[in-house]
Design a protein around this ligand. Structure first.
Ligand code: GTP
Ligand code: ZN
Length: 343
């Protein structure tokens, strides 16, 4: 592994501004590439650092893509810097805690194909996740080479957002790197999501210049170290970074109300002016959304899918709240038992 400058790793004033003078002098910023149960591995200006954690931080609080401050002499992680963006999954059933998937992703490549995989509702779920995490979504339509009219898919996908970037291409062609270059430049971080078989691995391999995982293992071998767990932060020859963690591929929806509104701006903006604050946009008087439907200004299918996502989100959010409640009660119960025992 060669050393990278901070800029090459995606460092920016946003992160710099979080350091005080002491930290600037004594600590080394590192970008997390792998999270293990008891330690993390990060890339830094002084090379690859394997870090143990300070008491009070668990690896569950560190995500691939995170910027952390390390005390390099002691190989210790001191603290995790605030994230520009954060992707997390629903929750752990028992605790109601969010499970971190990745941090500081700039662009989410939402991947589908120019065939039966194309599904507006599914794309909107991913869009809601991206918007909620403040990550820029780009829709990739693969298998354009196997389809008579890819433009039809492009048009359908563009209708799912304002100014949404949509690209149809052949993921097996030689120009994948050039096609995706605008998002893969120096220090930029991307991730791929989408259903099985749409071409994520094909694209990842094209962007990283080969089979990313096998290459990582070979690099570690060369340094005499063996690791069985693959790295999740992959350098792209274009200067950018690709995050590929197992959790990336099956993203769930919960607590993304903001993201859903951002995915359906034409509806959420009108909804603010409905007569009733809790308007369900069915047949309530003074419903601006229904008025727009009647006037042919918004797509009724979009409204249906908007409502369905909102319902799903509320359900998932309630499940999380219940889990948190359970976990809190359990914690209190344990404390009171311990107290009694201590008496
Ligand atoms: N013709 C053509 N084939 C493609 C394209 N993209 C992917 N494929 C093929 O589709 C199959 C599935 O591609 P993968 O890259 O493995 O898909 P994936 O999204 O990684 O699938 P999972 O690993 O199951 O999530 C492979 O046989 C690819 O060669 C494309 O744009 N055009
Ligand atoms: Zn309404």
């Amino acid at each position: 592994m060669t050393d990278f400058t901070r800029d090459a790793l995606g460092w920016s004033p946003f992160f710099m501004s979080q350091l005080d003078i002491d930290e600037l002098e004594t600590l080394t910023p590192a970008r997390i590439a792998t999270v293990h149960r008891d330690r993390v591995v990060g890339f830094s200006e002084i090379g690859t650092l394997e870090l143990t954690l300070d008491p009070g931080i668990t690896t569950a609080a560190v995500a691939v893509g995170d910027w952390v401050l390390a005390a390099p002499q002691q190989y210790r992680l001191i603290r995790v810097l605030d994230r520009k963006t954060e992707l997390s999954r629903g929750t752990e059933f028992h605790t109601g805690e969010k499970q971190l998937i990745a941090a500081n992703i700039d662009t989410l490549f939402i991947t589908t194909s120019c065939n039966n995989d194309f599904n507006p509702a599914r794309l909107e779920r991913y869009l809601a996740l991206a918007h909620d995490a403040m990550i820029t979504p780009v829709i990739l339509l693969t298998k354009a080479d196997q389809c008579d009219d890819p433009d039809d898919y492009v048009d359908q996908a563009r209708a799912l957002g304002r100014g949404l970037e949509v690209i149809a291409f052949d993921a097996k062609s030689d120009d994948v790197i050039a096609t995706l270059a605008p998002w893969c430049g120096q220090g930029q971080t991307v991730a791929l999501t989408g259903s099985s078989g749409v071409g994520k691995t094909t694209i990842a391999n094209a962007l990283t210049g080969g089979n990313a995982l096998t290459r990582d293992i070979r690099e570690d071998d060369a340094r005499g170290r063996h690791t069985t767990t693959g790295r999740s932060l992959h350098a792209m020859p274009s200067g950018g970074w690709l995050i590929d963690t197992p959790g990336m591929r099956g993203l769930g929806l919960a607590e993304v109300s903001f993201g859903i509104d951002a995915t359906f701006p034409e509806i959420s903006e009108l909804a603010e002016n409905c007569k009733f604050r809790d308007c369900a946009h069915d047949s309530e008087p003074g419903c601006k959304v229904q008025a727009a439907i009647a006037a042919g200004e918004i797509d009724p299918d979009r409204l249906k899918r908007f409502k369905k996502l909102k319902r799903e989100n509320i359900q998932a959010t309630e499940t999380i709240a219940q889990a948190r409640d359970r976990s809190k009660k359990l914690g209190k119960h344990i404390k009171s038992v311990m107290k009694k025992k201590g008496r």
